[in-house]
Design a protein around this ligand. Structure first.
Ligand SMILES: *Cc1c(COP(=O)(O)O)cnc(C)c1O
Length: 385
């Protein structure tokens, strides 16, 4: 068993060792870590709903009505009226015929890909896709092409004339870069091949498109025909869970075949009630998206002026590219010492040599808090370089 300690020592030396923070507070612009109040720029709670009083009240009411545990999988007795209503509301929200709840986004991606692909399928996926899409293709044991980031032309050139794609997988908003996928071009390619396109909109749903309907809506597309949307409920929605939206037959097939749907306990119904409350807020309170846009523009202008390298991102994910893991850690530590929580993202989460600070914004932040972060970055950049 010595290899365990060897491996841990190697990770430590390579600046790749990961440690968890222990929070004593809800998510919010400020969090409490080890008794210390820090200004947080790291959560995916983009709309500031994870600690919203209306969402909390819905969870409490849901627990009163349905209890805590759902007791069984959806196909046994775990599927309650609350789940069913939420699926209908989500389908309506994203403009799909049907939606199907999963316990997590990771499981939703595994479920879709394993239900639609097999050994003889050909899957294409973006090099920078989320780990759950990469693992999904591996688990399906399908042949897989990973194409250069967002480069549909390169994917076309990779394909031989007789090769037909079964499934294209992409993050709609890339989780470590914040840029968006070329969904229209990918949808056109999928149509030519008679293939499915699975768009993972974990970071776009609630944030992008009219009323926050997500990245497909922002691109003028809808989850129908060959287009499949995966949305998560633990990020902008501030709660927990995920769903897949598309045509009725697709959803029925997933109910029959998706192993990560069938063989797991249903999400608690109270959580579904909390998501329903969050959905109402997402739809109604456009000012949250407006506030985000202002904060993002303010940060980008300030960071560019300080000489930081930004990505092509208009989303709440605003990485500052640093390069080496050790340099990213030094910046993150410097910020932490000044009372700011910003994670350093290192390989293997991102490619070697592209370590970064992943700054993310929430409608819960104020412009003044963004300015404070910029001032701290200016000080640290001077100290580190
Ligand atoms: C967070 C994330 C997931 C996983 O969703 P969970 O509900 O947290 O399991 C999937 N895809 C992307 C792009 C994500 O960022």
């Amino acid at each position: 068993m010595n290899w365990l300690s060897d491996e841990l020592a190697r990770l430590e030396q390579a600046h790749l060792y990961r440690r968890r923070l222990v929070l004593d507070s809800p998510q919010g612009a400020e969090v409490v870590v080890d008794g210390r109040r820090l200004l947080s720029f790291c959560s995916n709670d983009y709309l500031g709903l994870a600690n919203d009083s209306r969402v909390i009240a819905a969870l409490q009411r849901g627990a009163g009505q349905y209890g805590v545990g759902s007791g069984a999988s959806h196909l046994v007795t775990g599927h309650c009226r609350a789940h069913h209503a939420l699926e209908e509301e989500l389908a309506d929200f994203v403009g799909a015929r049907r939606a199907l709840l999963f316990s997590t986004g990771f499981m939703a991606n595994l479920g879709v890909v394993m239900a639609l692909a097999e050994r003889h399928s050909l899957i294409a996926e973006d090099r920078l896709n989320h780990a759950s899409l990469i693992d999904a293709a591996r688990l399906a044991r399908a042949r897989t092409r990973r194409y250069p980031h967002a480069d549909v032309g390169a994917l076309r050139r990779q394909l031989g004339p007789e090769q037909r794609l079964s499934l294209i997988l992409t993050d709609a908003v890339f989780s470590m870069d914040g840029d968006v996928a070329p969904l229209e071009a990918l949808a056109a390619l999928a149509r030519e091949h008679g293939a499915w396109l699975l768009a993972d909109d974990a970071h776009g749903l609630g944030v992008r498109g009219p009323q926050g309907r997500g990245s497909l809506a922002a691109a003028g597309l809808a989850p129908a025909g060959e287009l499949i949307l995966m949305g998560t409920l633990g990020k902008a929605f501030g709660v927990f869970g995920a769903f897949v939206a598309g045509d009725a037959d697709l959803v029925e097939l997933l109910i029959q075949r998706a192993r990560s749907y069938i063989y797991t306990t249903a999400l608690p119904a109270a959580v579904a009630e909390a998501v329903r409350a969050a959905l109402a807020v997402v739809r109604a309170e456009g000012w949250r998206r407006e506030r985000l846009r202002e904060l993002i523009a303010r940060f980008r202008a300030g960071a560019a002026q300080l000489g930081f390298t930004l990505t092509e991102s208009e989303t709440p994910i605003q990485p500052l590219l640093v390069g080496e893991a050790s340099a990213a850690l030094a910046l993150a530590d410097g910020l932490r010492a000044r009372g700011f929580l910003v994670p350093a993202i290192r390989p293997p989460t991102v490619p070697a040599g592209s370590a970064r600070l992943r700054v993310s914004f929430s409608a819960a932040h104020s412009p003044d808090q963004v300015d404070r972060l910029l001032r701290a970055l200016a000080e640290i950049a001077k100290a580190v370089t």
